[in-house]
Design a protein around this ligand. Structure first.
Ligand code: NAD
Length: 494
């Protein structure tokens, strides 16, 4: 059985905790590796290495820092296929889908390569007579990232390239369910010339998370995962005096108006609901059908759901892979049962879609779901699409705004006026107009509202740079040495 190491101070490290967890092959249900579950000792070692590297790295010229990032970016491109295969083998998503996450993650490195421009401060000469002002942004120190299983390459890449480009050092705690990609990323950083200790990986569970949240030398924490853990991480991290951004779960609505192009809409929604087996924080998991579009929409969505080819990641014919674990599969199957009990109509039942020992559940489609149903209230995080019916566009907007989550949403329409109204009236962080998964490009910032985000800043883009830096404003005055001025006791005015 392959054993995975931590990555501390520029080299693999075995760790001392003695605790491990299996990493499964989701398509077969067989364990393929063992991941160490670190403890306080491993966290202390990694943070010490990061702190030691901080002085040198933060003091290094921008030109040299950026050179490393460009080299890292090229390596990510060269190893795109390899990284995609590592992700697919442990996560279970198709290789093509995994390649997509590597590319989207790399775009954050593209953005981080432009850090000299992003770190430029402002300068104002003569703000008062003989006085100038300028601003600068400095790194914050050792930063930590805690990430979920569903994008083991992309989500960490939302964080560490920007943190590192800004002059910080980083400790990543990836998901223990698909940890190998982070180790390959660490090796690529080393190959790119990143000094040891700037990027570290400690594997583990809650024990490692708590040790990072409590460690006095960790200055900032970025978290992405489920809402209860996001809220916990935000509370414990900020109580320890750190800045924290914690992105949580979601229930993303697609509102379909009667004037939408139905064929296109169904293609987009099916892909966003069932792609990656619904294990995306931006998956469309609830459709709000407005008016008389509901019946034809449900018919076509049912046909689309039935046609999805479910299979293992390494079969090129597969369009959708398994779920991440037995527990995830059992939970999804249980929630589908609860939907039936609550009275919703199960139009497509994927519970028996793929017999065998893998963690498969096929696409499921529910109609006549109401806001009190558990399948609407819970983030299912599986290939289950629920359809609610609304009489009017206003009712649909009220439904979306009634959700405790506010990550993403999409409106399908051919009316510019409706689109404009929607984007102004919904309380959601990322909005798509005829775009099912509106993930912002790396140079914008990613994040939701309400229970989908705890903290004030979204990730990557300008807000990412703001999170990983803190500002200073310098006011300076250089009087001529020979000038003998009288002391002035009034507040300066000009
Ligand atoms: P999770 O919350 O179970 O785990 C996330 C991280 O927290 C992991 O590293 C895990 O080891 C750690 N963790 C788990 N339980 C913990 C605890 N009790 N205390 C401290 N740390 C703990 O999430 P997951 O199942 O890996 O990922 C799926 C979730 O992530 C979904 O809810 C999804 O919506 C969310 N997600 C959100 C975004 C976003 O941008 N908002 C992006 C991707 C995933």
């Amino acid at each position: 059985m392959r054993t995975i190491d931590h990555w501390i101070a520029g080299a693999p490290a075995r760790g001392v905790s003695g605790r491990t967890a299996p990493v499964w092959q989701p398509a077969t249900g067989v364990p393929q590796a063992e991941v160490p579950l670190g403890g306080t000792a491993e966290v202390n070692d990694a943070v010490a290495a990061a702190l030691k590297a901080y002085d040198t790295w933060s003091g290094m010229s921008l030109t040299r820092r950026v050179r490393v990032l460009f080299a890292f970016r090229d390596l990510l491109e060269r190893h795109e296929d390899e990284l995609a295969r590592i992700v697919a083998a442990e996560h279970g998503k198709t290789i093509d889908d995994a390649r997509g996450e590597v590319v989207r993650g790399r775009e954050v490195v593209d953005f981080a390569c432009g850090i000299p421009h992003l770190l430029k401060g402002g300068y104002s000469p003569q703000v008062s007579t003989g006085v100038d002002s300028h601003s600068l942004r400095e790194p914050v120190g050792v930063c930590a990232g805690i990430t979920p299983f569903n994008f083991p390459v992309m989500v960490p890449l939302w964080m560490h390239p920007i943190a590192i480009a800004c002059g910080n050092t980083f400790v990543l705690k990836p998901s223990e369910r698909d940890p190998s990609a982070s180790m390959r990323v660490a090796e690529l950083y080393a190959e790119a010339g990143l000094p040891e200790g700037v990027f570290n990986v400690v594997h583990g569970d809650k024990t490692v998370v708590d040790a990072l949240l409590d460690h006095p030398d960790v200055a900032a924490v970025s978290f992405v995962g489920s809402t209860p853990v996001a809220e916990y991480v935000y509370g414990r991290g900020t109580a320890a005096g750190k800045r924290v951004q914690a992105l949580g779960g979601a229930k993303n609505h697609a509102v379909v108006l009667p004037d939408a192009d139905l064929d296109d809409t169904v293609r987009q929604i099916a892909s966003a609901a069932f792609g990656s087996a619904g294990q995306r924080c931006m998956a469309l998991s609830a459709v709000v059908a407005v008016g008389d579009v509901a019946d034809p929409l449900v018919d076509r969505l049912a046909a689309a759901a039935r046609s999805v080819r479910v299979g293992p990641a390494d079969d090129p014919r597969s369009e959708m892979g398994p779920l991440i674990s037995t527990a995830a599969r059992d939970r999804v199957v249980d929630l589908v049962g609860q939907g039936v009990t609550a009275g919703a109509r199960l139009v497509v039942d994927g519970r028996e879609a793929h017999p065998g020992d893998g963690f498969f559940v096929g696409p499921c489609l529910f109609d006549h779901v109401t806001p009190d149903h558990p399948i609407y209230q819970e983030e299912i995080f599986g290939p289950v699409l629920v359809v609610l019916r609304a009489a009017t566009f206003e009712d649909a907007i009220a439904l979306v705004n009634g959700s405790p989550y506010g990550n993403g949403t999409a409106l399908f329409t051919s009316s510019g006026e409706a689109a404009r109204r929607y984007e102004r009236q919904v309380g959601v962080g990322m909005i798509g107009i005829n775009v099912p998964i509106p993930v912002p490009m790396a140079y914008y910032s990613f994040g939701g509202w309400k229970a989908s985000l705890f903290g004030d800043t979204h990730v990557h883009g300008a807000e990412g740079v703001a999170f990983y830096t803190r500002g200073k404003v310098v006011t300076s005055r250089w009087p001529r040495p020979q000038t003998a001025e009288r002391v002035s006791y009034r507040f300066p005015q000009a």
